[in-house]
Design a protein around this ligand. Sequence first.
Ligand code: AHR
Length: 497
Amino acid sequence: MKAKITLAKEFRIGDIDKRIYGSFIEHLGRAVYGGIYEPGHPTADENGLRQDVIELVKKLNVPVVRYPGGNFVSGYNWEDGVGPVESRPKRLDLAWGTTEPNTFGTNEFMQWCKKANAECMMAVNLGTRGPDEARNLVEYCNHKSGSYWSDLRRSHGVEEPHNIKLWCLGNEMDGGWQMGAKTAVEYGRTALEASKLMKWTSPGIETVLCGSSSRNMSTFGKWEAETLEIAYDSIDYVSLHQYYGNHDDDVMSFLARSLEVDDFIYSIICTCDYVKARKRSKKTINLSFDEWNVWYHSNNAPFEKWSMAPALLEDIYNFEDALLVGSLLITLLRHCDRVKIACLAQLVNVIAPIFTKTGGGVFEQTTYFPFMHLSNYGRGSALLPLVDCPKYDCKAFTDVPYIETIATYDEENEEMAIFCVNKSLDENVVLDVNLMDFDGYKPVEFISMDGYDKKDENTFDNIKVKPHGNPLPSIDGTKLEAELKPFSWNVIRLKKA
Ligand code: AHR
């Protein structure tokens, strides 16, 4: 089949906030213990941080990592995780039915962030706790010295403040499964007061209000409108969470989910702007899509209740999952004028692109690669291509374009990249690109992932699904032609000659 895309510098959607390539580490399963932290592991440094994992995180180029939860944070006493390790209490984690040893906490995570070249997006507990503990944590992390909590940090051997800029006001507070779940009014008030106190403690920080736990919640939309109505003036972002699964083994519907994400984002933008209009405010609230991924392979895996760091939510991803992850990231970029932060949930072991064996090796899951390509090459601003391509109908959607695409333009380095998923199971796409005013730009690399069965997976011994290079696409002036293999992920990089 044939597809045409047209690109011009004027088709700019917005600057890409690098935090759109964020991720997430929760005290859940083996994300922390046996994931990023494993004293005694052959690659662990003097602080117990696994260097083999850090190397893969660095290649992903993740600029921000949300921590410590997730559902976990809604029962977390952050004070349990600081100070001498031998006096830290073991606690029951009611979110996941496990025991939390607290041998890893705030300062250890900040150490890890430094090594992984990432900033921390810290979540506070607004479930079982409230504004007071939240502002104490901000003081502990961000105040230089001369106050109780900042001096406590210094007494813990951390002289300089962490200066954490980005803070989540709880997690999924509308969900019945959440410790301390709240009504919209209860949460709106709590979030407003917490955000206010946190910002008074550390001016310049940004806060994220919890949106609905997912688009499927019965209160979706109403929750955002009501909580924003209350907390609008103090907060900066509203969160979105959503996970996807191919439960019916219907791959064409599965890959069409990006259309739903498009709608989801658009509804939240409208809701934010509705409240803005009602308030006659000049402030715009942006979006933090701080949990998104494929999650369904590991549902209902048995584990021993109250054990420490059991294997939980350990999805092993296949090739079709990688194509959806690529499509979803492209969709996020299409909204980069409003989606400023997004976190692939999660980063290591727990529904993650990086998978470890406790005491053993590590490997890149299939989903690792599209994320790595976008995070490394999708910088600068995003351009909305004009797309003319065949469409398909499936059970869940009609008129789904066979190709999912976005272009990014890094003006400073005179580089651009075109990212493209061909969703057709059996047809090549001859892609005709009209580069309009990108005169003098020439392809320098054409990477793809193709030729796999949709259920192919990677393992410790065999990274079967991985990217490979291709001959460069042909170019004649500003007309580029590339062939996209059936069911493939593609990256075409160009540079001004
Ligand atoms: O990422 C796994 C869980 O999914 C998180 O703890 C929670 O916020 C969401 O429901």
